[in-house]
Design a protein around this ligand. Sequence first.
Ligand SMILES: CC[C@H]1O[C@@H](n2cnc3c(N)ncnc32)[C@H](O)[C@@H]1O
Length: 483
Amino acid sequence: MELKNRQWTHDQFNAVRQEVLNHWPTGKEVDFAAAVKYHEAIPAKRQFAKRLVKAKKNGETLTQPRAGVALIDEHIKLLNYLLTEGEADLLPTTIDSYTRQNQYKEAQNGIEESLKAGRSLLNGFPAVNHGVAGVRRVVESVNAPLQVRHGTPDARLLAEITLAAGYTSYEGGGISYNIPYAKEVSLEKTILDWQYCDRLVGLYAEHGIEINREPFGPLTGTLVPPSISHSVAVIEGLLAVEQGVKNLTLGYGQCGNLLQDVAAIQALEQLAEEYFSKHSCADCILTTVFHQWMGGFPQDESKAFGVISWGAATAGLAKATKVIVKTPHEALGIPTKEANAQGLKATKQLISMLSDQALPATKELEDEINIIKAEARCILNKVVELGQGDYALGAVRAFAAGVLDVPFAPSKYSLNKILPARDNNGAVRLFDVGNLPFTPDLIAFHHDKINERAKAEGRDPSFQMVIDDIYAISKGRLVGRPR
Ligand SMILES: CC[C@H]1O[C@@H](n2cnc3c(N)ncnc32)[C@H](O)[C@@H]1O
């Protein structure tokens, strides 16, 4: 099928669906009409979209962990522990790496080995192998809104099964689950595959079932400048809305400087409103999600709590609708349920203590918001130009030209010409703007900010700064100062 940002017809969708449902035997369990009926019986308090709308209206910042284990009963126990002990407002199901690569045979082995070992030998929940009936057991045993979280370039069968089973939110996108998650999967194919996922959500919406979609904001989670992740978020949001998505959460990964991070959330909201109203998506409900620091963590659990709390405080001051919570085991691997609950409770303590405060709207904050928006507009306007008005085509061509470029991305489709580094206050700037279509003023702004730090450190701007910044937080700092 030719790539263009146009809503798929029912015939186009159904032609692909037959092939998708045959990718694994459990695909046969998907019965759309029965699934719609099943969703109609899901109470409002367990519907993700409704809970987000309520939070936005009440000015709440909801907490949500990542969590997933191999076997159904253990996964249910884990989620209920995070709900009761961890006081989570929203719950995930993090999918395992085999399923993310469509390696369902290996996932099946992982289930069998986990049964034998009596513990999870997968790094997430293999939902495709468990099938609609198995996944429904999770939905019926956990009294909270449930979202599928993963990193899957071809997430079509996973969407069919988990949505038919009653999940009411689905994370990911054709760019955000390709560029940071795949080496050589074609961007064109992933964008097409995610149009399928969004069209499926659109079909549920046509039957009165509102499912939330959340593009993956942080991308590589390593010093990604806000204007780059916002540009991808807006593009994926527009592509989703074209396929009929009505409830969208756009995300951003914490960078660490408070002013820049609070400005980033406000700039994201403003950019989304601006671009969505421009493209007559006024009836799509927009919320935001702030991801606590996605880069390297300190091994020491007390220091890890410091990083978690800083992310919680920033999310609270930014008034994001939702915060994705890290755990004190981040540097070690998959967290225990206790560690996961501790991260949630520390976060909730900060969020509730900050619910009566906001960062004052100073000139510095406004300036930061305006810089982020100006940069994102430069990128997005160039994307539309390259796509001759089409965001899907434009996105593919923008990556080929380096107009969109994600730092430290494994994908060969990202030129990786840009180089981020922190300025003297720890805000993420660009040491090398690569082929980003910034105005001379914006390029000079970044240049001056990096030079200001270089002067303060008594060294020339260099790639070493980038390296120092990558390791800084795990070594207890924000700015990677020279030794
Ligand atoms: C996007 C990467 C993030 O997802 C987290 N993650 C991945 N799989 C799981 C998992 N199974 N349980 C809890 N956290 C998880 C991981 O720690 C990292 O913070």
